[in-house]
Design a protein around this ligand. Structure first.
Ligand code: DSN
Length: 424
């Protein structure tokens, strides 16, 4: 299987052209490709697109400027690209069993923004998961438009087993009477009980928005329950576990279709990025194939193998393990920070991201956690057995992140494992 990254999509003749026309950029992209090949990418929100999806993005007519609201034309000569978008919409609806889809959002953040603008008024109260417990910036962080334009109230994980505290969600909902409840996360490793959120939303008359950006591929494959039957609106990105092009997607009930479409265009965006829409259509079709189910199950099996290896090596993992594509190592018991460990791991060839954890005591720049995700390494064909070896090496790094000689030795071993995998 040939794999292409976002950075390597200009392959074939286009790449030759780039090397001749802009050698500086061509060299940087080529070096980044090399970096991917001799390291292991555990960024939970990243993946490698297939050539089919990359080709879809490249072939679409980038010159077309096409602002479009459903069934409303602002430009002539767009019939065939409308067909591309219609196909993407139909495939998204089929893949996820949704009544309506909008395939235009440029990102997951924009998808959330559109959903809020569609259903809320500025200042409305919304419940969302606390950022340091695994939520996303757009779920009410004061640093994001969400926290500045709406009145977010945060719910948390339970102190004992670090799973979502549904009792707290219900209590906060009764107390604050939110207009919307947001579920979904950037760093939560357990199954989300969408039906529980729906019941709480119904009790207080709130809308229910499920942000499945991280787990969309698992949902598509049926290895995580789907929020679509339960939520008013489901938002996602297409480039994480779904393994498509970088971008966003909104699914919703038919009753919200008009409001969602208007919030995407003309409220938030101008013309869609047609190449990305075409590539999304390819992605949705690929996610319907039996091989994708095997891939998604392997993501979860790999994350479990990694978590088990880390726990066996004495590291603490938030919620005690994982049911999905990611896990967060908790360093509250260590003298060093998440930033220190993530930097040391990078020097060893293991690419991760620092992460805040429940009970966080350090700043968001330092943190007390490191997040690991398996979608990208699984695309490269890594096995649970190889991840067992990687877990041992991570444990060695965590024993002394300042030991440069040790990091150099581990880097050699990671290069050997990376060389056993599919090259991008
Ligand atoms: N939410 C970011 C992450 O999880 O890395 C990506 O949008």
């Amino acid at each position: 299987m040939a794999i292409q990254t976002q950075s390597s999509r200009a392959s074939g003749p286009a790449r030759v052209g780039l090397a001749a026309g802009d050698p500086e950029i061509a060299s940087l992209l080529s070096r980044d490709r090399e970096r991917h090949n001799h390291t292991l990418n555990f960024i939970a929100s990243e993946n490698y697109a297939s050539p089919g999806r990359a080709r879809g993005a490249r072939l679409a007519p980038q010159r077309q400027v096409r602002a479009r609201a459903t069934r409303v034309r602002y430009y002539q000569g767009v019939g065939l690209v409308d067909d591309v978008e219609t196909l993407a919409i139909e495939r998204a609806k089929q893949l996820f069993g949704a009544e309506h889809a909008n395939v235009q959002p440029h990102s997951g953040s924009t998808a959330n923004q559109a959903a809020y603008y569609a259903l809320l008024s500025l200042g409305d109260t919304v419940l969302g998961m606390d950022l340091s417990h695994g939520g996303h910036l757009t779920h009410g962080s004061p640093a994001s438009f969400s926290g500045q334009q709406f009145t977010f109230v945060s719910y948390h994980l339970k102190a004992d087993d670090e799973t979502i505290d549904y009792d707290e969600v219900a209590r906060l909902a009764r107390e604050h009477r939110p207009k919307m409840i947001v579920a979904g996360a950037s760093a939560y490793s357990r199954i989300i009980d969408w039906a529980a959120f729906r019941r709480i939303a119904d009790e207080v008359g709130a809308y229910f928005l499920a942000d499945m950006a991280h787990i969309a591929g698992l949902v598509a494959a049926g290895v995580h329950p789907s929020p679509v039957p339960h939520a008013d609106v489901v938002t996602t990105t297409t480039h994480k576990s779904l393994r498509g092009p970088r971008g966003g997607l909104i699914l919703c009930r038919a009753a919200h279709a008009k409001a969602i479409d208007r919030a995407v265009f003309p409220m938030l965006q101008g013309g869609p990025i047609l190449g990305a829409v075409a590539a999304r259509a390819v992605c949705f079709r690929e996610a319907m194939q039996p091989e994708f189910v095997v891939y998604a199950q392997q993501i979860v099996d790999n994350a479990r193998a990694l978590a088990n290896g880390l726990i066996a090596g004495g590291l603490q993992v938030v919620a005690g393990g994982t049911d999905n594509h990611l896990l967060v190592v908790k360093l509250l018991d260590r003298a060093y920070t998440g930033a220190t460990l993530a930097n040391a791991l990078e020097r060893a060839g293991i690419i991760t991201s620092k992460s805040t954890v429940p009970g966080e005591t350090r700043s968001p720049r330092q943190t007390s956690g490191v997040r690991f995700g398996t979608p990208a390494v699984t695309t490269r064909g890594v096995t649970a057995a190889q991840l067992g070896r990687v877990a041992e090496l991570i444990v060695e790094v965590a024993e002394d992140p300042d030991d440069e000689a040790r990091l150099g030795r581990i880097n050699g071993k990671i290069r050997e494992i990376a060389a056993e995998l599919e090259q991008i």
